[in-house]
Write a protein that binds this ligand. Structure first.
Ligand SMILES: *[C@@H]1O[C@H](CO)[C@@H](O)[C@H](O)[C@H]1NC(C)=O
Length: 256
């Protein structure tokens, strides 16, 4: 007869060893997706390049981070995100989203990070993010955005990072920054902006990280506010070269 008592410690040890060395990312039952944790230990599902057009079924409703970069989303149904009642981050970068229709969308009260870079967005209508009032980071770089409105970012009083780099923006609406009372980092480089409207930063004068390079800033008296602003806050102006970020107020004048 076998003495189980002499075997079980070894079994437990093997079991423990497996637990300790189990890979962090685990295949899920959702095709093409992998489970994991983000850097702050939030449960995430990573469906990078999995070919989805909308949120697939079978994802745990307690998931807080949904990663769908390089999928086929074109008209995502925001309603399909409401089952994730504690959602923190949605990554829909590198999809084919042409427009945002938030008017009939449900509220996503906990969403803090939304990544929509490298899509085909052309315009940001008034109030299009107002149903995600907890957003702190909004990434819209490398779209085709040419049309911005005074109320494009209405309701985003907690937003700290706004990335509009590498779009086709020509004109900055005079009151666009007014709702952004917490803005810390603003990326506007790589657009077609000629004029910074008078008192554009009046609601929160100091934006600690400001990226303005690679725009055709017009050399005329309408540049008055930009010049005045830069004289006071030149130490907040940065340029980004890939991952390298450096303080460089001259970057703005390069194109003057
Ligand atoms: C998600 O998966 C992709 C490809 O499988 C990988 O490159 C990326 O680093 C993953 N992201 C996270 C946050 O785990």
């Amino acid at each position: 007869m076998m003495h189980l008592s002499s075997v079980s410690p070894l079994v437990s040890l093997l079991h423990l060893t497996f637990l300790f060395f189990a890979p962090v990312a685990v295949e899920t039952t959702v095709r093409g997706c992998v489970d994991g944790r983000d850097k702050d230990h939030r449960p995430l599902i990573n469906c990078t390049s999995a070919g989805y057009r909308d949120v697939p079924s079978g994802i745990e409703p307690t998931t807080k981070v949904l990663l769908f970069p390089q999928n086929q989303f074109s008209h995502p149904s925001w309603t399909s995100f409401t089952v994730f009642t504690e959602i923190h981050e949605i990554d829909l970068s590198r999809n084919q989203i042409p427009s945002l229709t938030h008017s009939d969308a449900p509220i996503l009260p906990s969403l803090a990070v939304l990544r929509l870079g490298f899509n085909q967005l052309r315009a940001l209508p008034d109030h299009c993010f107002s149903r995600s009032p907890a957003l702190t980071e909004l990434y819209l770089q490398n779209n085709l955005i040419s049309s911005l409105q005074d109320q494009s970012f209405s309701g985003l009083s907690k937003l700290e990072i706004l990335d509009l780099s590498n779009n086709h923006v020509q004109t900055l609406p005079p009151r666009m920054m007014h709702p952004l009372k917490a803005i810390e980092t603003l990326y506007l480089e790589g657009n077609k902006i000629k004029v910074l409207p008078d008192n554009w930063f009046s609601q929160k004068n100091e934006v600690p990280y400001l990226y303005l390079s690679a725009n055709p800033w017009a050399c005329s008296c309408s540049l008055g506010y930009l010049r005045m602003y830069l004289e006071e806050y030149d130490y907040n102006v940065y340029v980004k070269d890939g991952p390298i970020i450096s303080a460089d107020a001259e970057s703005v004048y390069d194109s003057l």
